[in-house]
Design a protein around this ligand. Structure first.
Ligand SMILES: Cc1cc2nc3c(=O)[nH]c(=O)nc-3n(C[C@H](O)[C@H](O)[C@H](O)COP(=O)(O)OP(=O)(O)OC[C@H]3O[C@@H](n4cnc5c(N)ncnc54)[C@H](O)[C@@H]3O)c2cc1C
Length: 412
């Protein structure tokens, strides 16, 4: 005996639950399997918990300089265990909302590990489920480094660090992608001495080079130490030996060098979406892939925005300056300090850089408060190939950071 569904999904992260909700909305019967918690890495151990803690960190940082704005607190302090408690509450609240949405959509959720036997058959807890279409959305897990395997006490991954209830005096972060940079900012804001080690030539190696250089300056101003073009060779107790001969001491190490897909073997005819596909490991990419798969709505894989959170935010989309040949493009750069709103907010650090080819924007790289929102405006313009003159016709509200985009359009 077996149960029968139109769609069977393994994994309830953004890829899986988006596919489930959209398939159900299209009138299909859906079964989804989750071996851990609904919401996957993004909701439980990734985007949401990190950004919740980051918000507390940024608030604390901002309050330290609130006196400049005429705001006084008698004694400014924090309790990290309470910050983690608040993070857990936020995650639980959102998870409950998602569980309710799945229930209302009549998605059958089975809380157990599942195995795909063939493109139409899923096995879970000894039961067989026959599905017209099967979607594998099993996500990814943190990569470790040889010789620096996670012991979850001294050598941590991004899951371990989310559950720390006390902060160490200092930490070494290996890797300066989004996860490494966000944690460096969180911990530095709370007074932890942070050192980042990056094997590539620059911090945030996937960003436009000019943006990476500016982030290095921001790191310096936030007193975050960093070493580029070096790797960690080995550790001995709290001693860390770098490839250039330097020795450091650290109470904890966070390894943030990327994630590997959770997959054994690929089965022909099944659909693989989200982090398990090993392409772009971002929640919004997973969501777009799910919608494309279920509803057939296409999207442009080369226009997936990247955002690194913190204050100021860092965001980019499209081509970077190093992707373009000299002379084939025009560029405008505008300092965020030129915008009235940045002074109102006391957040003047940053730049808006726009790259244009044949009168159309092909890339944008932004460091600014609200960069995550600004980048979306540019993504719409690039995707719809809107000419610069047409964009100049649009009215942008004042005072806003968006005006920075508008003003940039007159700098070509
Ligand atoms: C610290 C951190 C911060 C991040 N911040 C951001 C961010 O700000 N923005 C962003 O876009 N992305 C961010 N990401 C990346 C984002 O979390 C992932 O891209 C996203 O979660 C991928 O979604 P997914 O559905 O493919 O997989 P996942 O979210 O990994 O979900 C997969 C699910 O499948 C389940 N599963 C696996 N195998 C089985 C099985 N055999 N049976 C049943 N269930 C199974 C797992 O338990 C898991 O719940 C962050 C990641 C981390 C680690």
């Amino acid at each position: 005996m077996f149960e029968q569904y139109d769609v069977g999904i393994i994994g309830a992260g953004p890829a899986g639950y988006t596919a489930a909700l959209h398939a159900a909305a299209c009138g299909l019967t859906v079964v989804m399997f989750e071996k851990d918690m609904i919401g996957g890495v993004c909701l439980n151990r990734g985007c949401i918990p990190t950004k919740t803690i980051l918000h507390s960190a940024e608030l604390f940082k901002e309050m330290k300089s609130a006196q400049e704005l005429g705001i006084y607190t008698e004694k400014l302090d924090y309790d990290f265990s309470k910050i983690i408690e608040h993070k857990n509450k936020t995650v639980n609240k959102l998870r409950k909302g998602l569980e309710l949405a799945l229930k209302n959509a009549k998605v059958k959720v089975v809380n157990t590990e599942a195995e795909l036997l063939d493109k139409n058959t899923i096995k879970a807890d000894g039961a067989i489920y026959k599905c017209v279409k099967t979607i594998v959305a099993t996500g990814s897990e943190a990569k470790s480094l040889k010789g620096l395997e996670f012991d979850h006490k001294f050598i941590l991954n991004s899951d371990d660090i989310l559950n720390m209830t006390e902060l160490p005096e200092n930490i070494l972060i290996i890797g300066s992608g989004a996860i490494g940079v966000e944690w460096a900012r969180i911990l530095a804001a709370f007074g932890v001495e942070v050192t980042v080690v990056e094997a590539a030539e620059r911090i945030l190696p996937l960003a436009d080079t000019e943006i990476s250089k500016r982030i290095e300056r921001i790191f310096k101003s936030e007193k975050i130490n960093f070493y580029t073009s070096v790797t960690v060779e080995k550790t001995h107790g709290e001693k860390i030996y770098l490839s250039d001969g330097k020795e450091l001491l650290a109470k904890k190490i966070l390894v943030a060098v990327g994630r590997k897909p959770c997959i054994n073997k690929k089965i022909d005819g099944a659909i693989y979406i989200g982090d398990v596909g090993g392409e772009i490991q971002l929640a919004h990419f997973a969501i777009k892939q799910a919608i494309a798969e279920v509803r057939g709505i296409p999207f442009n894989k080369s226009l997936v925005p990247s955002v690194v959170y913190g204050c100021p935010e860092i965001a980019w989309v499209g081509l970077r300056e190093q992707d373009l040949e000299d002379g084939s493009y025009q560029k405008s750069t505008l300092l965020v300090s030129a915008l009235g709103k940045s002074h109102c907010d006391n957040c003047t650090d940053g730049i808006i850089k726009i790259l244009v080819q044949d009168n159309k924007i092909v890339g944008a790289h932004i460091i600014s408060k609200e960069a995550s929102a600004l980048i979306q405006q540019i993504t719409m313009a690039i995707q719809n190939k809107i000419a610069v003159e047409k964009l100049r016709e649009i009215c942008f509200a004042h005072p806003t950071y968006s005006e920075g985009i508008f003003e940039s359009l007159f700098k070509f």
